[in-house]
Design a protein. Sequence first.
Length: 603
Amino acid sequence: MLQRIKKFFFEKHEINYLYFSFFFVAVSILSLSHFLFLEEPLSGLRLFFLLYALGQAFLEVWVFILIAYILRRWTSSSVFYPFIALSFTVLLLHFTAFTLLRLMDASITYIFKFLFGRGFDHLTTVFLALGMNMGMIATIVFVLVSIPFLGLLLYWGTSYIARLSPWKLSLQQIIAALAMTGASLCCLEVLVHQHLERPLYNKLHKGLPLGRAFYPPEPRCITLKEPRVRLKNEAHLREALPFLTAVDTPNIYFFVIETLRKDFVTEETAPHLMAFAKENLNISSSYANSNWTPLSWFSLFHSNLPFSWALVRDEWKGGSIPLALLKQLGYKIRVYSSTDLSYFDMDRAIFGENRSLATRIEEHFFQRDLEPCDRDTLCIDSFERDLKAEGGKAGNLYIFFLDATHSEYSFPKNIPLRFEPIVKQIDYLTLTSKEIEPVKNRYRNAIHFIDSLMGRFFHLLEAEGVKNSAVIAITGDHGEEFYEEGALFHGTHLNRYQTEVPIFCCFPGKQLQSENLCEATHIDLFPSILDYVTGYNNFSLFCDGESIFSKQRRSYRIAVLQNGADTPVEFSVIQKTENAEEENFLQVRYLHPENIYNQIILE
């Protein structure tokens, strides 16, 4: 028995040290490069994270060596080689995590929740809605298929070389190395723990190979007296709705322009929009209630903060209450969309089962041979036809979803470029903050194209004699970040770059109190429209938004962070101070996010 135990623990066997050294070097480079390229000085706690990342990479490699050693000794090749293929796939996950961190300052769980949150059947819809070029999609598919085979080829090649100078280890040596590495990491963490603050940890832990420390700092928490988010019962709400009447039903034109960041809408990029803003209502401080399309659409059309969007999407049948009220007033709801309305089942959430609230929907998204800019043009073409048709000049709510400003930022190829230089195609794998200006120019050109469509729209209203009676609302669903705070695109940071959007409105004959022009968010748009059309402005029963014509308005705004297909669990509360240039900013997360409707503890 002693001989067997001794043989089990102390008998040495050859390992492919070249393969596992490659694994260690690759993981180390990916993790360390995140910390080495931080703009802040690499000292103090940041130096701790760098050393800790190196230790975790070492620990991870020893775990793989242990598993490989056991499988090689006591199982067949049919088990061992799939494990080698799997281990190399882990390198792909590390690379994906590093790329996400560099592009979007997001962890790998972000992409899994986003891509697979509604199941595999929704994956194609997500890829298409992201606007990813086919070359990028093909590259992703090729890498996913080929990575396991490349791993096996690498293992066999390095195994042949390693045999020229073999390295043998016993199970006891491997376990000892694993234990010493783990103990060293624990000691390092204990020494630093009292100095490690939660905000810094939240910022840097995503760069660690394992994605977290073993002993993270305790979160700072707020305990509420009662839950702030409540479930809303659809049947009860609809039974209690007020009966509204309207003397007149002027046409309402509602534009949702994809990824429209406010400070990029200027006289140079968007002369028609800026001229409209000067002539009408330009909300000086205007924001989306989320930095992601489905949540922003929910905020816009339900006039509610999007905490309950998943519940409404999955369980409600009647769609948007503001749209239902307008339909009750006799409005025909006509929709022109360049984007996919079924993205995360938002068509059901907005227009109800079978899109029953809409009188007509023209969805050009599925004309995949066309660029987004061309599909946007088709939306305006369809609108022109309907405006000129019988019944087109009154009693209609026209809703537009335009998509050219979504990455990769689309504009016609046959028109002169207004902003140069540009990238011909965004290379997501190599793009860094140093090469961002040509990407911004693509975005500016896309905005300029959208502005040309808006100019055509304004001309149509004037030509058809309906401009003076038109109720118009124009906004973006969210903003866009270009590495200002370490991320690209949107859906990751609740900062002003991702949430500040233009809100331009026209309410003919209606005057605003000057103080009401200060701030508005998406949830305020339909209460304002209903107030204008009906004169009724108490919508607190079914919405969080307030009419911009109300004398008493809230002094804060809320923005909600996306959580893939699930209920959002993180949000920010921002309040203006007496100094107009400063704001009070609080960002919180539900500590136990399983059921936010009963949750009272916030980090």
